[in-house]
Design a protein around this ligand. Structure first.
Ligand SMILES: [Zn+2]
Ligand SMILES: [Zn+2]
Length: 259
């Protein structure tokens, strides 16, 4: 228990950010939103399906084809998300579409679902539209699907588990962290990216103190000397994601079969 407390609490991005009222409101918004979003997204998918616009390649794909299709989705969604998100911060559009999601200035996993159904349609509508515009292999979809779900949870978790060097290597610094999106909720006018920091860096919308703050949060966690445990947690999560998506894409069903 003490280990868990140390492991999590020391990695809390905003240690004093907890508010009961925020959690209560988010629960209400999340409940309303999930039911309405099901109808909206279900409707969009049904419409695209009706005209046979959503198509998949059912041929077996090589691993690098899956990787390429995944990368293509990743880059396109990141661009879609960034620019819609910028738009959603303007005037009446903000009030109508995005305000609910900004109720929490210190996100937690519930914040992921605490969005207006219109916003869910904008963000969640990307996958149906993408599969209508591009014919990808069926096998690529589990990787794409899992990413859309897990990234939402991760960026709103309120905890930073990525290593201290994340923003210092030429490769990893282009990918966002939980701290990155947490600061979007806290400071509002910075860090609009959903997967990468690319558009924010290009457009000058990345919080200037983001990397310094990240270092500070990691320095706090470092004092707990639980690095091997936290490295193991990250490794297990990455391995679980890859294993689940691979099994799923190979046709393994997670549904229990009664026959
Ligand atoms: Zn926002
Ligand atoms: Zn958010």
């Amino acid at each position: 228990m003490a280990v868990l407390r140390l492991l999590f609490f020391s990695r809390k991005i905003q240690p004093n950010g907890f508010r009961w009222t925020a959690i209560r409101n988010e629960l209400v918004f999340a409940a309303i939103n999930t039911s309405l979003t099901g109808v909206f997204l279900g409707g969009l998918t049904a419409l695209l399906n009706k005209y046979h616009l959503i198509r998949f390649n059912h041929e077996p794909a090589r691993w690098w084809t899956i990787l390429l299709e995944y990368a293509f989705y990743f880059v396109l969604f990141d661009t879609w998300f960034y620019w819609w998100h910028r738009l959603m911060h303007i005037g009446w559009f903000y009030t109508l579409v995005h305000k609910i999601h900004h109720f929490s200035t210190s996100p937690n996993v519930l914040t992921t679902f605490s969005v207006s159904p219109l916003e869910s349609l904008v963000n969640g509508g990307f996958v149906p539209l993408f599969t209508a515009a591009v014919v990808v292999h069926q096998q690529s979809m589990p990787f794409i699907g899992l990413t859309t779900i897990l990234m939402g949870f991760y960026v709103h978790s309120g905890y930073e588990f990525l290593p201290r060097w994340w923003n210092k290597t030429w490769f990893s610094k282009w990918f966002i962290t939980a701290t990155f999106h947490d600061q979007h909720h806290k400071y509002f006018r910075w860090n609009f990216g959903g997967y990468t920091t690319v558009w924010d860096r290009i457009c000058g919308t990345m919080r200037p103190r983001y990397e310094a703050d990240f270092d500070q949060i990691k320095a706090r966690a470092n004092g707990t000397a639980l690095k091997p445990v936290s490295a193991a947690v990250v490794a297990i999560l990455v391995a679980a994601f890859t294993a689940m998506a691979t099994l799923w894409s190979m046709g393994f069903s997670f549904r229990p079969s009664l026959i």
